[in-house]
Design a binder for this molecule. Structure first.
Ligand SMILES: [Zn+2]
Length: 281
């Protein structure tokens, strides 16, 4: 089964008068969604009590939880002190994830720090291996494919990070990939070849379970600029191009929509598109 849900709380949730994240689980369930990504991009600030309340509601409404770790984590940093802090923020994310019953933590690998890709990746692999060794089996670490050339996290780098530990599952952000390749993700074949690269790199089983971020993203020559909604069809990528590939490889990812403000509505749209796709002929 493929699960669909939003990354963070959409505008219409607040417009309907809701204030607390624990209330969104029933709201998503009633809509027909079954995944949710809790955003800790600016830091792990959630208290244990509210995290546990969110987790209870998620469980009650069959919402698969994931948690997005802080954006300022950089596994490729050159400074020992900052690397220790990055590790600490990942472990804090894992702890908060456990409180809310989230079994995936999504991590941005970091930036190149004006160094070569190879050196930055070497540093990141070493630090990530230490983090994986410190992590138990309750939470899966999911390094994310990033949207800018200056960021660590192209396909090859995410495969390398995923191969640090067989428990790691990649996060493929197709909007990011389209942005960093300046629009190359524009056909079913293009999506198919990405998925094939992962099957070759990490095996079919983990590729099938991949974590997915999907939204239309504007880019410049340097990559990602901003997230748009499913209605903003002038920006790619197109979810229709992914659907046949999901069927072909019998994939069962968790698909999180990161549209600008409409992420729940758009997640539902993707779910319906997937369901109604006339696959196989
Ligand atoms: Zn992300």
């Amino acid at each position: 089964m493929i699960r669909f849900g939003p990354g963070g709380n959409p505008n219409d949730f607040y417009e309907q008068g809701y204030k607390s994240t624990f209330e969104i689980m029933k709201w998503l369930f009633d809509m027909g969604l079954n995944a949710y990504e809790y955003q800790c991009g600016r830091g792990v600030l959630v208290q244990e009590e509210s995290a546990r309340k969110i987790g209870e509601q998620a469980k009650l409404h069959d919402i698969a939880m994931s948690l997005h770790a802080p954006y300022f984590i950089n596994l490729a940093g050159e400074d020992e002190e900052k690397l220790e802090k990055s590790k600490m923020h990942i472990l804090k994310s894992v702890e908060a994830a456990k409180w809310m019953g989230a079994d995936r933590v999504i991590i941005h690998p970091g930036s190149l720090m004006k160094d070569t890709r190879a050196n930055a990746l070497d540093r990141a692999l070493k630090v990530f291996r230490e983090v994986c060794d410190d992590n138990d089996d309750a939470v899966t670490l999911c390094p994310e494919l990033m949207g800018k050339e200056g960021q660590l996290g192209n396909i090859e780098e995410i495969i390398a990070l995923s191969n640090v530990d067989e428990r790691v599952i990649p996060t493929i952000d197709f909007g990011h990939l389209n942005a960093r390749t300046l629009g190359a993700l524009n056909s079913v074949d293009a999506f198919d070849s990405v998925v094939k690269q992962f099957i070759d790199g990490i095996g079919l089983e983990r590729t099938r379970k991949m974590h997915v971020h999907f939204s239309r993203i504007e880019y410049t020559g340097k990559g990602e600029k901003r997230h748009w909604t499913m209605e903003d069809v002038q920006f790619g990528p197109d979810f229709n191009h992914l659907i046949p590939v999901l069927y072909k490889y019998e994939m069962e990812p968790i698909i999180i929509c990161e549209s600008d403000g409409t992420m729940a509505k758009d997640a539902l749209l993707m779910k319906e598109m997937y369901k109604h796709a006339n696959h196989g002929n």
